[in-house]
Design a protein around this ligand. Structure first.
Ligand code: HEC
Ligand code: HEC
Ligand code: HEC
Ligand code: HEC
Ligand code: HEC
Length: 188
């Protein structure tokens, strides 16, 4: 534990100084979603929220304009605690045929051909130290729309952190909507 922390601390300093490739995590050999790089972990350790640099600038706006809906890609948002980030297999459902000649789509296809997922960097999320428990499903059930917590993704190109998920943000709405504000509703 001690060595692990020390290693992370050293790495975090390097990341903060911009001295190492924080945005080049090792791709895993299997399809998984919501990858986190070591750089992410290091930033999290120091609670540094840097602007994520995505491996491919995924344009939300373009896809929503083509009538894709949030749940096409963030499939588990209605069911479980997490919304999920789509696997590259989901991309290839369309990009096997759509815009195959574009350089960015060739990059997407090459991840798929190698059988690795695109190592997306997380935009939102809490540090472990914050001990916050969040769940999407109760909000979706209560008709709280995505935009109240994530801004207008339909007009964003690369997803950006436009809403600050601080405690005041959560408890104000809970007070307004009569949702629980017991500490243990959100903290563990
Ligand atoms: C065609 C697939 C697709 C659709 C449709 C889509 N997204 Fe995404 N979304 C992604 C991908 C891929 C990422 C990861 C890349 C990024 O963060 O820019 C992402 C990232 C996000 C993130 C940041 C997640 C994080 O914390 O890292 C949010 C929030 C989000 N999407 C919300 C939405 C909302 C709201 C909608 C509907 C208005 C939507 N998305 C529609 C594919 C999609
Ligand atoms: C429902 C079908 C669909 C899915 C699923 C989908 N896309 Fe797309 N994507 C499109 C369409 C349609 C366009 C617009 C193509 C055009 O401009 O003619 C597009 C455009 C793009 C572009 C812009 C290409 C350019 O340079 O103009 C990128 C990048 C992209 N998609 C990445 C992704 C990624 C990554 C995923 C998986 C997370 C994904 N797409 C999933 C349909 C889809
Ligand atoms: C009440 C606020 C709220 C609403 C409403 C909300 N989100 Fe989130 N979302 C969050 C928070 C907070 C996180 C970070 C959660 C964490 O990391 O524990 C998050 C994370 C995400 C992520 C990153 C992956 C993940 O699951 O952690 C995606 C994608 C996402 N949301 C999409 C959506 C979509 C799509 C909708 C609408 C159907 C939506 N969200 C509605 C607050 C919200
Ligand atoms: C825009 C309004 C709004 C915001 C912002 C919001 N919530 Fe909620 N939250 C609700 C509503 C409405 C419910 C559903 C209450 C119910 O089902 O009775 C809920 C339910 C919950 C639940 C489930 C409670 C239970 O009793 O099962 C948790 C956990 C939660 N919210 C955490 C959070 C956290 C953490 C944040 C901030 C990141 C947040 N919420 C932000 C409106 C909001
Ligand atoms: C509706 C959800 C919610 C409820 C209820 C809630 N918190 Fe929080 N709390 C949060 C979120 C979100 C954060 C910010 C986490 C982050 O990003 O670091 C936070 C942060 C904190 C922090 C860290 C300091 C700060 O302000 O960022 C403390 C301490 C804390 N909460 C204590 C409490 C106590 C004590 C209660 C009960 C009286 C409580 N919280 C109830 C969501 C909640």
């Amino acid at each position: 534990m001690r060595t692990h922390r020390a290693a992370l601390a050293a790495l975090a300093l390097a990341v903060a100084a911009g001295a190492c490739g924080a945005s080049s995590p090792q791709p895993s050999s299997v399809f998984t979603t919501a990858h986190r790089s070591v750089g992410d972990a290091a930033r999290e350790f120091f609670n540094i929220r840097s602007t994520p640099r995505q491996p491919i600038p995924f344009p939300h706006k373009t896809h929503i304009a083509k009538k894709a809906v949030c749940t096409d890609c963030h499939e588990s948002v209605e069911k479980g605690p997490i919304a999920g980030i789509p696997s590259v297999k989901t991309c290839m459902i369309c990009h096997d045929q759509i815009a195959t000649d574009r350089p960015l789509i060739k990059e997407v296809a090459s991840y798929a051909a190698k059988g690795v997922d695109i190592p997306w960097q997380r935009v939102y999320g809490f540090t472990h130290e914050a001990h916050v428990r969040f769940q999407h499903a109760p909000h979706v059930r209560a008709n709280v729309d995505c935009a109240s917590c994530h801004g207008d993704l339909a007009n964003q190109t690369v997803a950006e952190r436009v809403v600050d998920h601080n405690m005041g943000f959560c408890v104000n709405c809970h007070r307004q909507k009569g949702a629980s504000n017991d500490c243990l509703t959100c903290h563990y």
